[in-house]
Design a protein around this ligand. Structure first.
Ligand SMILES: [Zn+2]
Length: 464
């Protein structure tokens, strides 16, 4: 029940190419022939039928609302999440995240594969860009269906979308983003290869070119940059990742990766150093129940992570780009937990953000960049040095401290609660060598579970 809107978007897969022509949908014969095209492109076969249905824009908006509510995203919840986003500098003050999300998705999407019902929906009255000839519009529609069929194929053969179907409490935003990236990379590559008539990985810079074009569309340029990245990075980062796989070992390498998908945006961003070397993030624990008992005036809102991608974006808003990138590299895990002040008109929010880093050097780079970022954000002047620093003025209060490989950042706390919060958070932190050991055994367990799952799946197929 506690998840960001970011994740609501992950339950659907958005296709973002140009425009769409009213009433010109493909018939059954066309869909059959597109399925064959996907099978040819991928060298794989569908296991099941994929229904393709039409949906009007208005129905699509209602569908999105239903999807959001299933994930516990009510208007009130969205307001709380927006306040967390404001703390990270992702949204302006009093941002209407609920409607902005609905407008963005319903305005930008032409078709989608619903991972829950396993059907494709095409938006039959989506707008057509001015002056697009009819024949080109038909290519748009066909290639959109082909893209969505590719999602259905990956879903049928690799169980990769299972992570997106998990209960919201059991998903992390960063890992979901990584899963979405390989799924969108796979579908976009197939789509572009089909449209261009040659392997899309042979054309450098395609992902960036397409996403730069998308950013100019009114529905997309209307939202804050953080939301644009949420929506577009899975295509841009995803196709770069998939192109690297294809260059290394063709479709077989892509299939291997779909069976063993990246678990963090860090792995998508650094394929050789992090994905192939299996650098998996450290699971961080923040005990919101214990904290809640210690903070009776405050109500838990949610916890999640940012990953390297959004840690980088957070820093970039306040420190120069090179420094932000340096500081976010070496990320090894993070988790934030937010509490809001109880009471109708109360505006307080405490944001506790615990991060862990590959090395002490990486830790120090982030520690220094975070200090600089919040000083810049709230125009705080301070010469404070040391491993534990509180920065404040009338615009904000921040505490940041480093210990071992970790950096703890706390934003918006009442002075008298600082020690209580710190003590509770650090009491759950184990230094890294122990964590790494745990990670290995977790992974082993997870693989065992996966094997069992696969066996069950096969059993199910046999019965049919
Ligand atoms: Zn897609």
């Amino acid at each position: 029940m506690k998840k960001t809107l970011i994740l609501t978007l992950f339950a659907i897969s958005v296709v973002l190419l140009f425009g769409f022509l009213t009433g010109l949908l493909a018939d059954d014969d066309k869909i059959e022939s597109l399925k064959k095209e996907v099978e040819k492109l991928r060298g794989l076969k569908f296991k099941k039928d994929v229904p393709v249905k039409n949906m009007k824009k208005k129905e699509f908006r209602e569908f999105l609302i239903k999807l959001m509510h299933e994930d516990g995203i009510t208007k009130e919840k969205a307001r709380d999440i927006a306040r967390i986003g404001v703390k990270f500098g992702f949204y302006p003050e009093s941002f209407d995240l609920y409607n902005a999300t609905l407008n963005l998705i319903s305005g930008a999407v032409q078709g989608f594969y619903d991972f829950k019902s396993k059907q494709i929906f095409m938006i039959s009255d989506a707008e057509l860009p001015a002056n697009l000839p009819k024949a080109m519009a038909q290519v748009e529609i066909d290639s959109t269906i082909l893209h969505e069929l590719n999602h259905a194929l990956d879903d049928q053969l690799f169980n990769i979308a299972d992570y997106l179907r998990k209960d919201p409490d059991d998903r992390k935003a960063d890992r979901a983003m990584a899963v979405m990236a390989i799924l969108e990379g796979s579908a976009l590559d197939a789509q572009l290869t089909w449209v261009l008539g040659q392997p899309s990985h042979l054309i450098p810079g395609l992902g960036k070119m397409i996403c730069d074009g998308q950013k100019k569309r009114p529905a997309i340029s209307a939202v804050p940059e953080a939301m644009q990245i949420e929506l577009l990075w899975r295509y841009e980062g995803g196709i770069d990742f998939v192109h690297r796989l294809l260059k290394k070992g063709g479709q077989k390498e892509l299939e291997k990766a779909l069976k063993d998908p990246p678990v963090s945006t860090e792995q998508v961003l650094h394929i050789d150093e992090k994905y192939y070397k299996e650098d998996e993030p450290i699971e961080i624990k923040i005990d919101e129940k214990k904290l809640g008992e210690l903070l009776p005036e405050w109500e838990f809102v949610q916890k999640d992570n940012l990953g390297e991608l959004f840690t980088d974006f957070f820093l970039k808003q306040y420190v120069d780009e090179k420094k932000a990138t340096e500081a976010s590299e070496g990320w090894d895990g993070d988790l934030y937990a937010a509490f809001k002040e109880k009471g109708e008109k109360k505006k307080g929010m405490i944001l506790i953000w615990l991060t862990v880093w590959d090395s002490e050097k990486d830790r120090n780079e982030f520690f220094n960049a975070y200090k600089q970022a919040v000083m810049q954000k709230c125009e705080i002047k301070s010469e404070a040095e040391g491993d534990s620093v509180t920065l404040k003025n009338d615009k904000g209060i921040f505490h940041v401290e480093r210990k071992g490989h970790y950096v703890l950042c706390i934003d918006g706390f009442p002075d008298k609660l600082l020690d209580t919060i710190k003590k509770q958070v650090w009491s759950n932190v184990k230094e890294k060598s122990e964590d790494k050991g745990e990670k290995e055994s977790d992974k082993k367990e997870e693989n065992e579970k996966k094997d069992e799952g696969e066996k069950e799946d096969e059993g199910g197929e046999d019965e049919k």
